[in-house]
Ligand binder design. Structure first.
Ligand code: OAD
Length: 251
């Protein structure tokens, strides 16, 4: 029995431009914890201490060690079938953009190319003060907080913290593609953190067919045209298979 509503397959078959927005839920099946689920990171850790400029200024060592721990988790994780399915989607449509809030780079490791990282990534680092990229390799076993060779200030991970601006190019491109796409997927995100959470609404307002992939309901579910309520690593590979069958049947 088909699991994907025909209206979605039909919308995809007519789509020139497809956008996928992802959040932490996509990486859950790779063993990386989400933020707001009951066992998520923000249930155990305080985001204002660990993911804000003030948190870093008051205790840079603590923040650095927390990111070292998260890097180790990411380093030992592998992309899951959801990441691979999204990478495959990029080959199926004339225009495709992946917008991610994830900092783990698992999409790229699965083969996604056209990726806008809205919240940066935890692989790269730069100087807290002069912003110069820090290129030296980081030893994951070391707790030592590196110092900028140019200005002597502390090095920080290249993620976006609470209270910081999102990268300008990525954000404006994300709005542009969301405004003009035919089908928009919101996958594995609670859609609680702005401005990323604006994007599904923006797409909907501009006439896109909007799909949510999330086992749980979110504040955005009620405006989605279709909600696929299974884990992304389960349902996205099925979507790809059914879509390819559908296209063959149309020819
Ligand atoms: P959240 O933790 O807020 O939401 C994760 C969502 O994934 C929830 O709605 C879950 O129901 C869903 N989910 C869990 N497992 C899933 C699965 N296997 N398949 C599909 N969905 C699943 O994470 P984000 O929405 O990514 O920002 O959070 C947004 C931002 O808040 C993050 O980028 C981070 C955080 O604070 C910064 O650090 C700046």
């Amino acid at each position: 029995m088909e699991k994907i509503p025909k209206i979605l397959l039909e919308s995809l078959s007519n789509a020139e431009s497809v956008v996928v927005l992802t959040g932490a839920g996509v990486s859950a099946e790779s063993g990386i914890k989400t933020f707001r689920d009951p066992d998520g990171l923000w249930a155990k850790f305080n985001p204002m201490e660990l993911a804000s400029v003030n948190g870093f200024m008051s205790n840079p060592q603590r923040v650095w060690e927390w990111y070292q721990f998260r890097r180790e988790v990411v380093n030992n994780a592998q992309p899951n079938p959801g990441h691979y399915a999204i990478a495959e989607m990029e080959k199926l449509f004339p225009q495709f953009t992946l917008i991610t809030q994830n900092v783990d780079r698992l999409h790229q490791r699965a083969g996604s190319k056209n990726v806008l990282e809205l919240h940066g990534n935890i692989i790269e680092n730069h100087c807290f003060k002069c912003k110069e990229p820090y290129k030296k390799e980081i030893d994951l076993n070391s707790k030592e907080l590196p110092i900028c060779p140019l200005c002597g200030a502390y090095i920080r991970p290249s993620v976006v913290w609470f209270g910081e601006m999102l990268p300008e190019y990525e954000l404006s491109k994300a709005y542009e593609v969301s405004d003009s796409c035919d089908v928009f997927f919101s996958v594995g995100t609670s859609a609680e953190v702005y401005p990323a959470a604006n994007l599904p609404y923006q797409a909907k307002r501009n006439g896109a067919f909007v799909v949510e992939v999330n086992p749980n309901r979110t504040s955005f579910s009620h405006i989605a045209d279709v909600c696929l309520t299974e884990p992304s690593g389960v349902i996205l590979p099925i979507l790809i298979t059914e879509y390819k069958e559908y296209i063959k049947g149309k020819k």
